[in-house]
Every structure is written in C-alpha cells, then in structure tokens.
Write a protein that binds this ligand. Structure first.
Ligand code: UD1
Length: 322
C-alpha cells in the first residue's frame, strides 16, 4: 500500500517515543491522528509536525471510549493503530495501581478489541522490558516473562497482561523496548532515564550521580531505531511488509555499564568532575540486556551506536539550552 493511502492513529503522540513516531509517519506521507491527554506528554514535543496538513490532534484521554470510531470519523480509511499512551512513571504506578491498571491494561485491551472489530490492518502496542521482573537471566528472551513472573510494579504488571492479551488474540504486536533514549526524553524528573539525567548534569558541569557501584548494565537503544521497529512491526517496512503478531524485544543486544556510560557522557560533555557514588536504588535490576533475535529475524536491525546516539542527544540538549 502506498504510504499516502495509510492513515494511522498514534496514542501518546505528545510523548517521547510517540512524537518521534508521528513525525516519522508524516514524513513518509501517512496521515496521522494523534491523541494525547498531555498528562505527561508536551505540546512542545509536537512542534515539528503540529501544523502538518496530514496531522490531526485530539487532546483526549485514552480511557474515554469510542476512540477508533472517533478517529474514523476524521479519517474513514484508518488502517494502523500505534498505542503508546500510558501511565509512564513506575513510581506513580506504585502509588496509583488502580489508575495504572485502568490506563495501561483496560484501555489498551479496549482499544485493541476496537481495532480488531473494525478490521484494521495493524495494531502495535508499547510493551516494556519492565514486564520481565527481576529474575530473568540475560540476555533476556521474550519467553522469560510468563504467568508466574512477578513484575516489580503495577506498571510492569499492566504492560505484561496487555501484551499477553494481544499475543493470545493473534492480532497485533507488543514491542518490549529496553532502555530507550534520545531527544525529547525528559531530563527534569528524578525518575528520568539515566542518559538524559547524565547528559543534563554533564552539560551543567555538575557531578554525575551513580547509584551503587555502577557495575549494573543496561541495553540502551536509540529512539530512532525504536521508531524503525514500530514501522517494521506494523508492516510498513521490512522484507514482507506484513504486520507482525506476538511479542518482540526491542534492544541492541549490547550491554553498557553505568560506569562506562558515565565516562562516555563526561567525555562528550567535557565534564571533568568526579562522579558521585550514592547508595543503590531500591529494586534496581543488576543486568538487563535484550536478546532481540526474534525481532532481528523479522528484519529489525538497530544501527545507531551509543556514541553516535549520545552525540545526537547532546546537540539537541545544547539547542534546548539556547
Ligand atoms: C527502566 C525504566 C523503568 C522500567 C525498568 C524495567 C526508564 C527511565 N526506566 O528502568 O521504567 O521499570 O527499566 O526494565 O527507562 N542510575 C544512576 N544514576 C542516575 C540515574 C540512574 O546510576 O542518576 C542507574 C540506575 O540505578 C539504574 C540505571 O542507571 O541502574 C538505569 O536507570 P534508569 O534509566 O532509571 O532505567 P532502569 O532502572 O533500567
């Protein structure tokens, strides 16, 4: 199908990953109906495409029923749903488990069912590495999360249950992203990703703070590669151009220790302060790296190295500071 005939619903379009996805879909010639309640998303994230003629924005909560029907009134040829709207803060989910379940599980299941009933072509859900709990052995395969897995938060639990429902239905795909980083990721909350926090501190000449000994490792994947993963999962790119079904890990397979990351960021930002070592964060996973061979077999090939990805992020963060 030509991209100019494709119409996509992107929930969470003002968020970090959702805004990059919406921008990329529009650049390909797709029409995009974006939905966000702006609880944690920001209008500034949509600045690059808000005025695009093929973009329609609804400020709306994803829990409000009738979203697919509403999107079809704007664009009757709606074909693809990318569902990224969610309660994104893990600590918030611990304090507000019911609200988290309502948004991350119930609303996701309803939207998925509506997409299926409407006969849409593809449904792509933002799963999470948080679905794996603490005990998975690395590199982590998709089968490492099962009914007995104890997730560390309602956030992880809700994402797991939604992914499982989607996989069992045979329609749609859940992408379990590992540690995603890049421009537009917030650096202002204490729960922001380590890369944005390090970059921000590095640029301000403040010491980087390392929780524990810094030997813990993560699989950092650039948002641009993640967006390519979403297109592939929806059948918009890839060898067969068929939407995928099931659950797929999205990572790079490379593990980087927090100490290594701190060194890279310090060098890149020219920050010569010694890092500050603080006590370990409660519940911190020691090692997390994706086995993404299942997604690779479907055509996924992340191509941005951490060094290059950090350089892109640095340019962006500098630009924000003016
Ligand atoms: C990530 C997700 C989280 C999810 C978890 C499960 C983010 C922001 N968080 O947590 O939602 O539940 O995966 O897979 O993507 N660190 C420091 N100094 C800092 C900040 C962090 O040393 O200033 C360390 C942390 O202790 C941790 C590592 O860096 O060991 C990564 O932290 P973070 O970016 O918060 O991600 P995860 O803990 O992997």
């Amino acid at each position: 199908m030509e991209d100019s005939r494709i119409a996509c619903l992107v929930t969470g379009c003002a968020g970090f990953i959702g805004s990059h996805l919406a921008e990329r879909l529009l650049a390909r010639g797709c029409s995009v109906i974006g939905v966000d309640n702006l609880a944690t998303g920001h209008r500034r994230n949509m600045a690059a495409f808000a005025e695009h003629p093929d973009f329609t924005f609804f400020e709306r909560d994803v829990c409000a029923p009738g979203l697919v029907a509403k999107a079809r009134t704007v664009c009757p040829r709606l074909s693809h749903v990318f569902h990224l709207a969610a309660v994104v803060s893990v600590p918030y989910s611990v304090d507000h488990p019911r609200h988290t379940m309502a948004v991350n599980l119930d609303a996701s299941v309803s939207l998925h069912e509506a997409a299926r009933e409407a006969g849409l072509r593809a449904f792509v859900f933002a799963g999470s590495a948080a679905e794996y709990g603490e005990t998975a052995t690395v590199p982590i395969v998709e089968g490492a999360a099962g009914p007995d897995t104890v997730q560390q938060s309602p956030y992880g639990r809700a994402k797991f249950l939604a992914s499982a429902r989607i996989a069992a239905s045979g329609f749609g795909v859940s992408l379990r992203c590992f540690n995603v980083y890049g421009p537009r990721q917030s650096a202002s909350s204490p729960y922001s990703g380590v890369i944005s926090l390090f970059m921000e501190r590095g640029l301000c000449g403040r010491p980087l703070t390392i929780f524990g000994d810094g030997g813990q490792t993560r699989d950092f994947v650039a948002v641009s590669d993640v967006v390519e993963g979403y297109l592939l999962a929806a059948g918009l790119t890839g060898p067969t151009e068929t939407p995928l079904a099931g659950i797929f890990n999205v990572g790079t397979g490379h593990s980087t220790s927090i100490l290594e990351l701190a060194r890279l960021v310090a060098k890149l930002t020219g920050n010569d302060r010694e890092p500050e070592f603080l006590s370990s964060r409660q519940g911190d996973i020691r090692h997390s790296v994706a086995d993404f061979s299942k997604f690779a077999a479907a055509g996924f090939s992340p191509n941005l190295s951490l060094e290059k990805g950090l350089a892109i992020l640095l340019d962006w963060q500098r630009l924000q500071k003016g």
